[in-house]
Write a protein that binds this ligand. Sequence first.
Ligand SMILES: [Zn+2]
Length: 590
Amino acid sequence: MRVMSRVLAAVAWPYANGPRHIGHVSGFGVPSDVFSRYMRMAGHDVLMVSGTDEHGTPIQVQADAEGVTPRELVDRYNRVIVEDLHGLGLSYDLFTRTTTGNHYRVVQELFQGLYDNGYIIAKTTLGAISPSTGRTLPDRYIEGTCPICGYDSARGDQCDNCGNQLDPDQLIDPRSKINGETPEFVETEHFFLDLPAFADQLNAWLDTRDGWRPNVLKFSRNLIDDLQPRAITRDLEWGVPIPLDGWRGRDDKRIYVWFDAVIGYLSASIEWARRSGDPDAWRQWWQDPEAQGYYFMGKDNIVFHSVIWPSILLGYSSPEAGSLGALNLPTEVVSSEYLTMEGRKFSSSRRVVIYVRDFLERYDADALRYFIAVAGPESNDTDFTWAEFRRRNNDELVAGWGNLVNRSISMAAKNFGEIPAAGELTAEDERLLAAVRAGFDSVGRLLGKHRQKAAITEAMRIVGEVNKYFSDQAPWKLKEDKARMGTVLHVALQAVRDCNTLLTPFLPHAAQKIHGLLGGTGVHAPMPEIVEVEDLDNGRSYPVLTGDYTVGAKWEHVAIEPGTPLAAPTPVFRKLDESIVEEELARLEP
Ligand SMILES: [Zn+2]
């Protein structure tokens, strides 16, 4: 018996400083959508949330460089990213942003709860001031050499070369970006999250985690061995204000972006509930001990999800839970590795990049979804090449699945004009139908364990069996035996119907189309929509992704109905010409 449950799909928050490239969406986007679609089809109650991550120094630096305000910059890229994710068909229940009034309130509530429980400590640190003006120099205006990797343009809060977080006084040869002078360091107060206080609880929790990808578990354990208190406020004007007396009104100190962004999973769930008409609905995914929570991200974000976010949840929930009540820890942190591009690291500045929107202008979303599922960086780094993308599209999607759909439906349409009835089934007929139906178990089991590469390989193996059946039975040679021809086509169409369901989490756009080609009506694979909403707390408007995913196919065999009219099909997938490889390579920097 299948056990239904509530499943939170918590998807990493894309940073709103530019459009997303296909490396980004291969890590967090497509895998979380495949999982959520499957779990919904299997009868679980899924809540899939995320949004754009919009605070922090890099946003402010980029806004300064473009001569716009941070808000203008994030308004622009929030919209761009919403459109990118919509184009890929990612079925968020709510994709929102971190600059909402709701998010500010939830972040401040968690800060307050941690503070009340004694896990946020004020510490005196060294902050930079400009010797010529005597004023505080925000982190973004300090540059110097990274003490870890030696990069000579590291910022006061982070090195963009090695990705390590820094404090301004750690920089070698620090200088002001405004006038080049050497900043003076004076004592200033900041707040730190007392991470070492959670080490034992984190280790005990990780001991109970079976089934995580081994690299994620090992990496997380190593992090716990070396925990230090971590700054959660910065010298910065762009961010969530500190909710404590004496700090609330200050415009030079803000909550650090990483602390506010991880809380987005909770704030987005609460925003979703408030918009649903039942403001407490989020509690079913966060407080019911039976509810499961899966977090999707690239490997550079593991620390935030397997150490820092669980620490925040533990510290807010005990010894005294804050006003929201005690909160669940993640069930699993599902981290992927990196996708490279033609053997190189993605780099927007060096044009080793393909943006989602550019991709979707020239190719279909499902062609990319297929590539990511079958060849993406699930458990090791993988490489995207245009030649391999074209080969998989043409040889597997078009020649394998697309061809089966096309030839079975067009032959039935031409000879019967409808789904023919089956006569007596032969042993081969029975064997094929059983093999396809077994896929609901084999493919489903792999999808439930985040083994998407194995899952789609298994689904395509079944497609291969149906293709072989079709070739072996050669219905085109049965013109003299119309009854047997009808039986073979009936069996083939039934197999196509079920294979289409097996492939729906991966290829939702194609699945909807094939559903229609088989004479089906209504929604088979529900799609997200972009809805313009008003902020629940301050009246600003912004676009969100949301949708009704309660409709659509279930993860089960459905018998086709003889007599359903069929028309000659149009191709579901597009074959790609050899010339696209050269064209695309020419767009990259040599
Ligand atoms: Zn560095």
